[in-house]
Design a protein around this ligand. Structure first.
Ligand code: T4K
Length: 402
């Protein structure tokens, strides 16, 4: 490859402005504006208005689950479930996830206990969960990472055997299926994030979904300060409500969902067809039944011996804003990193060092994906001269700093 053409070495960048990971989808033209007009007419902006009610009903139907309680975001949804179930003590979860999974339970006063993940699925390994159970364990949390449902049956067996609550962080997995059934109704409850970057979004938002009517009622109560009337409370609650504007965006995005899922599928298939022959990339095998929203590759050493982090620097200079989610793993982030516990999580360590999340989803064009994938393919085949150029580039700065 002619590495001089790379922006990091003085060439023109591939794109004149950034191509982000999971740039949000936009609803069909006019759909959101119409709902905003309705909100302005009624002047009903929050506190479980008609938009939030409708969104909950539509989501419950789409997911095939008894109850959907919409919230302000996915993190507060997890906190609400922990509070509603009266959980305490320890909660076992993967370390290889977004920090919110751990923080939500720690915020609630629980101790996250980190389990390693399966090297193929990158999801929590039920076989390793049992060794982490102590008399203080009260819950297991599976994360459907990158939209791929985790081993729900395996986790259910462990949870049942030890009488633990079973929860799923389904933040990535809207519209993904497990054994022919959409995620949302598994375990005691599942939690979604409807953040702007998700497969389905409300700008900011989230939901608790469950088939347990009593749990849904409790979560709704706690989401609104614990109010049971204008001037009576039944419990310590928080403000976890979804605003009408967020719900309106969600309803509008649902109208365009089939189209955006189809585009995400085309995008990921295109990446995979170009990158499957790239010498130094591992592409995790993915089931057709996930939502195709994330495109992840694992890089040990790229062409010419570049590390994943050096590759990220090269890509960012090209305005390809690839991310190293979820480096370095929750167990290496504060406050968990210095709480005195030691973890043996070899797969998590490896994935944290090698994962590369590429711009994907429904808001990127196939033309852009081809350009990104072809550049990555070239980089993965590059010879040692690229590494040399990378190192020489650093020398003047190193000399100047003494
Ligand atoms: N569990 C899991 C497994 C999760 O991944 C998350 C959230 C949660 C729980 C918690 O759910 P929430 O409480 O957030 O609902 C982002 C998101 O903020 C976060 O929601 C998400 N996971 C996480 C994976 O990614 P950052 O700090 O990496 O975001 P940021 O600002 O760097 O944006 C990500 C990319 O999206 C960038 O490339 C820029 C682009 N972007 C972002 C926004 C907000 C856009 O193009 N447009 C936008 O409007 O956390």
């Amino acid at each position: 490859m002619k590495f001089e053409k790379l922006a990091l070495f003085g060439g023109d960048p591939t794109f004149s402005n950034p191509r982000h990971v999971n740039r949000p989808s936009a609803p069909p033209p006019g759909a959101f504006e119409q709902r905003v007009d309705a909100i302005l007419k009624t002047r009903w902006f929050s506190n479980q208005g008609p938009m939030a009610e409708k969104l909950e009903a539509e989501l419950a139907e789409f997911l095939g689950v008894g109850h959907c309680v919409a919230t302000a975001n996915g993190t507060v949804a997890m906190e609400l479930v922990a509070q509603a179930l009266g959980l305490g003590g320890e909660v076992i979860m993967p370390s290889y996830t977004f920090i919110a999974t751990a923080h939500a339970f720690a915020w609630h006063g629980m101790t996250p206990v980190f389990c390693d993940v399966d090297p193929v699925t990158q999801n929590i390994d039920p076989a390793q969960v049992e060794a982490l159970i102590t008399p203080r364990t009260e819950a297991l949390v599976g994360v459907h990472l990158w939209g791929r449902p985790c081993d729900i049956d395996g986790l259910r067996r462990v949870a049942d055997k030890h009488q633990l609550a079973l929860l799923f962080d389904a933040a990535h997995a809207f519209a993904s299926s497990y054994q022919g059934q959409r995620v949302g109704g598994f375990g005691d409850a599942e939690v979604f994030s409807f953040h702007a970057t998700k497969a389905f979004h409300c700008g900011e938002g989230g939901a608790v979904t469950t088939n347990d009517g009593e749990l849904a009622k409790k979560v709704s109560l706690l989401r609104n300060f614990g109010f049971i009337g204008y001037d009576q409370t039944a419990a310590i609650g928080v403000n976890g409500k979804m605003s009408e504007l967020s719900a309106a965006l969600g309803l509008s995005n649902l109208e365009g969902l089939e189209t955006s899922l189809a585009q995400s599928r085309r995008v990921r298939n295109q990446y995979r067809s170009i990158l499957s022959s790239a010498a130094s990339m591992r592409l995790p095998p993915l089931p057709e039944s996930d939502n195709h929203h994330y495109m992840v590759a694992n890089i040990d050493r790229c062409g010419g011996g570049l590390s994943r982090d050096q590759l990220v620097e090269i890509l960012h200079a090209e305005n390809i804003m690839a991310r190293r989610y979820f480096y370095p793993g929750c167990h290496r982030l504060e406050p968990y990193a210095s709480d005195g516990r030691r973890w043996d999580l070899p797969v998590t360590e490896d994935l944290g060092q090698t994962s590369l999340v590429l711009p994907s989803g429904s808001a990127i064009s196939e033309q852009d994906v081809t350009a990104i994938a072809e550049l990555l393919h070239e980089l993965s085949e590059a010879g040692p001269e690229i590494r040399q150029a990378y190192e020489e580039r650093l020398q003047p700065a190193a000399a100047a700093s003494g």
